[in-house]
Design a protein around this ligand. Sequence first.
Ligand code: HEM
Length: 338
Amino acid sequence: MSSPVSSAGAQPQPPFQPRRPAPPVPRSPSRPQPQPVLGPPAPAALFLVVTVPPGGEETVRGLLPDLAGLQRSIGFASPEAALTCVAGVGSDAWDRLFGAPRPAALHPFEELRGPRHTAVSTPGDLLFHIRAGRPDLCFALAAEVLRRLRGAVVVVDEVQAFKYFDSRNLLGFVDGTENPVGQGAADAVLTGEEDAGFAGGSYAVVQKYLHDVDSWEALAVEAQEKVIGRTKLTNLELGVPGSHVEVNTVLDGDGREQRVVRAAMPFGRPGQGEFGTYFISYARDPHVPETMLRRMFLGLPGTGHDPILDFSRAVTGTLFFVPSADFLDEAAERGAAR
Ligand code: HEM
């Protein structure tokens, strides 16, 4: 049967490319649009960390302005699932992709070798932090991002993570309670006048932790609660000196709490004995999560390390700068202008 639509004379179609946004409307330089770093905890997440071997830079710069369009294409028909993607760039890759100027506080993640535990530093040129109400949307967006980057990047870590019961980690405790919200979260996370050329950005620390759940579950619940510093069932703060919560309550010289926004998620493969937490924090100044990590791994004068580390081993560790959405829109031009 012949096709009802004649293809005679049809021109070959170019491969599909997502639409790019119209040139940005000029905004006050002090208020660029951030990427979707803030938002309520999502039921599903996918974390991708890739390296960019020499020669892959142009492909990467070509993808970054299209990320928002890909997110819209895949997520538009399921608005209730709130698909989002945040892209971050590592310190070495920044110079190769964009050159100068560079974000003032961007540097490689520093390894912290404590007496018992080490926060390792591992490679990573790009981070994609994809979140949604459904894992299929995270999967579809990751697959499309990697299709676009094929041949230009090497995937060094890929973790599909999930919400577990009522926002618990695989140690069984509610995770994320003390995150700042609203304006407090934006103030804690988004860069501003201190680095005006990169305002609306953020610094992301990622660490993949593997838990020793057998040793953890051998502890009585009261002992677990002392490690975390909260009750297990009801999530009430206990004020235990040396607990994870106490180690991570960091004050500045004026007694103000130094805050980050955490979006850690559980992951694992029970069949492989793998039970983990993918830790990610966003901060306006990477010095804040780095201070927390120092306290956790190196301890404080007179105290030891964070006891959560006796049951949780960090197997990755990388720092990324998450530029504003406006910066990503112009990524190709910025790279070309180098
Ligand atoms: C094994 C990985 C980790 C697990 C399972 C974990 C779990 C938890 C839990 C259950 C809480 C208490 C509830 C809450 O406020 O969220 C908490 C609090 C917190 N954690 Fe972690 N965490 C981990 C790693 C980290 C790391 C690496 C950092 C910092 C770089 C960090 C920073 C914090 C902060 C700032 C708080 C809130 C402290 C406060 O009450 O003010 N956590 N974490």
